[in-house]
Design a protein. Structure first.
Length: 254
């Protein structure tokens, strides 16, 4: 991950363009490290984007092909990496803007849903693709996505793994707005400037209040998500999904 402090703007860039910025556990842990350390005293805004043509293609499937020996090991791995990143984004007192410069798939889509504000290039593609490899949505996918797009829409996206365009992402309120790719930088810069000029600590309090008022505690819901993901990681469906992906064929789930 590329990390840059731009005069109070923390810019975090997924930096594996040759792999469409697929996320590894190491990347997720680094994302958590940076966001956990961000305070209103140090930063006004955090911007997350991807290098090259994609925002993020989701979890690195070669990493996921290395199935943990036990569900407990899988639970610990996901909790200490992607789970930490989710909690960091949800609890961060600094506003987070996702600049979706290209495709946001799987965990990449979840990161977009976790961001406080998101703008997408008009040619970006989205998918909650976990079901295609026999997994449940993680990186907060079962925690935040239903709150952002609504329960029925979240179920449709998760159950089908369908691909959809940026216009539908905006209609679902997964992103705040779509703009032509060559205007994305300027559109994000406008909001970043407005946020940077605002009361960062107060905005953080707004965010905290909104999140706490949703209802169930994040710890409870995220812990349950991680538990189910650990079970999915050691399932036959996941084995088949990853095997099919790496063999460039359609999965044959039982």
């Amino acid at each position: 991950m590329n990390v840059h402090n731009d005069d109070g703007i923390l810019r975090l860039t997924f930096d594996r363009p040759d792999a469409l910025n697929a996320l590894t556990g190491e990347t997720a842990a680094e994302l958590a490290d940076e966001i956990e350390a961000a305070t209103p005293d140090a930063y006004d805004v955090i911007v997350i984007t991807g290098a090259g043509d994609a925002f993020s293609a989701g979890g690195d499937l070669e990493m996921l092909a290395e199935t943990p020996d036990t569900s407990r090991q899988a639970y610990e791995e996901v909790t200490e990496t992607f789970g930490r990143a989710v909690e960091a984004m949800l609890e961060c007192p600094v506003p987070i803007v996702a600049k979706v410069n290209g495709d946001a798939i799987g965990a990449g889509l979840s990161v977009v849903a976790l961001a406080d504000i998101a703008y997408a290039a008009a040619d970006a593609t989205f998918s909650c693709a976990f079901v295609r490899v026999g997994l449940i949505p993680d990186t907060g996918g079962t925690v935040m996505l239903p709150h952002v797009v609504g329960l029925r829409a979240a179920k449709e996206l998760a159950f089908t793994g369908e691909f959809f365009d940026a216009e539908r992402a905006a209609d679902l309120e997964l992103v705040n707005e779509t703009v032509p790719a060559d205007e994305l930088d300027d559109r994000v810069a406008e909001t970043v400037e407005r946020l940077a000029n605002g009361p960062t600590a107060t905005i953080g309090m707004m965010k905290q209040a909104m999140h706490e008022n949703i209802g169930r505690s994040w710890d409870e819901s995220l812990d349950y998500e991680n538990l189910l993901q650990a079970q999915a990681r050691t399932s036959a469906a996941h084995d088949e999904g990853v095997t099919a992906f790496l063999a460039d064929r359609e999965p044959e789930f039982e």
